[in-house]
Write a protein that binds this ligand. Sequence first.
Ligand SMILES: CC(C)(COP(=O)(O)OP(=O)(O)OC[C@H]1O[C@@H](n2cnc3c(N)ncnc32)[C@H](O)[C@@H]1OP(=O)(O)O)[C@@H](O)C(=O)NCCC(=O)NCCS
Length: 162
Amino acid sequence: MIVRDASPVDRAAVRRVHEEAFGRSGEATLAEALEPVVSLVAIDGDRGVVGHVLLAEASLDGVHPILTLGPLAVRPAAQGEGAGSGLVQVAVERARATAYPAIVLLGEPAFYGRLGFSSAEPMGIACPFDDVPADAWQALQLPAWAPDVRGTVVYPAPWAEV
Ligand SMILES: CC(C)(COP(=O)(O)OP(=O)(O)OC[C@H]1O[C@@H](n2cnc3c(N)ncnc32)[C@H](O)[C@@H]1OP(=O)(O)O)[C@@H](O)C(=O)NCCC(=O)NCCS
């Protein structure tokens, strides 16, 4: 399994990964609509593209730029083989080399906790949505983190469509 930058030729395969993993088209459309800071695919030999993850720019109250992780998906037939973790690990490595202070996401703490994410609220990063479980709102601080990085995340517009 290798992880590399997504390219325009991966477009159809990336769409299929999200549609199969989520069982609907919303995340596939979101992945196409977002302007990526980082977009990675996991490739597994003859199976080709089995996973995709995207980091996009959001902001804290329109002031501090920050990264969001998602959507993340692995084809059902390839789940449990490390592709999802590998994609997140490489995305985090890439993000660590940027000037962004943190990555935020909504997801399963059991999965993302192992990859260095923890509850975002105690860091002063508030979730803009009312209807999500508190423990799903997670963040990972990057080398550019600073104490004044606080506020409510404003997601890029395409997220409103999901
Ligand atoms: C979540 C997802 C990306 C994980 O990808 P993956 O390649 O299967 O993950 P990995 O093989 O790296 O890791 C698998 C481990 O994570 C755990 N895991 C996977 N999804 C999980 C979840 N939703 N909640 C808790 N743990 C989860 C597995 O139980 C497994 O644990 P184990 O190693 O102890 O057996 C994949 O299952 C998927 O695409 N799911 C559907 C779409 C989705 O939910 N995307 C994430 C939105 S936040």
